[in-house]
Design a protein around this ligand. Structure first.
Ligand SMILES: [Cu+2]
Length: 157
């Protein structure tokens, strides 16, 4: 963790951060195990024609969340956020009454009208990450936004 942070800090100082692709959180298990899931904050994002609401989600580094992604529209929509999903320690994705997917690596969630998914994760890597619906034309019509992971003030490098 420490050496990764130093590499990122150096890259940021050189203005190269955007050129270095960040991988998934290497070992999400310790993050998931030490998190207090009883205190996880639940956030809801709605997808409809043609918007994301809210458009920007702000999270805090090191905290556990349950992100409820809901398609309240009449068309299929996707919450595609590969860079954001690399920056978190994922615990599981739950489709209510249908499935509980225990996996570490996600890139997007595509939902039929009326469907939802609840993603549990710990926000690990600070940054601002784009979100978009990848259905043709939807992002251009406004289905895009961002997830921001703010650096925790009490944690140093
Ligand atoms: Cu869409």
């Amino acid at each position: 963790m420490a050496s990764t942070t130093k590499v990122w800090l150096a890259a940021g100082l050189l203005g190269l951060a955007g050129c270095i692709p960040a991988g998934y959180v290497k070992d999400p298990t310790p993050w998931v195990q030490k998190a207090n899931w009883a205190e996880a904050q639940t956030l809801r994002v709605e997808m409809a024609e043609h918007r994301l609401s809210p458009q920007v989600l702000v999270l805090r580094e090191g905290r556990p969340y349950v992100l409820e992604i809901v398609n309240t529209g009449r068309e299929t929509h996707s919450f595609s956020a590969p860079e954001f999903l690399k920056a978190v320690a994922a615990r599981k994705a739950v489709v209510p009454e249908v499935a509980e997917v225990r996996a570490w690596r996600f890139t997007a969630f595509q939902l039929a009208p009326g469907r939802s998914v609840r993603l549990s994760f710990v926000a690990v890597r600070p940054g601002t990450y784009p979100v978009a619906c990848t259905q043709p034309g939807h992002a251009a019509r406004g289905m895009r936004g961002a997830v921001e992971i703010e650096k925790a003030p009490s944690q140093g490098n």
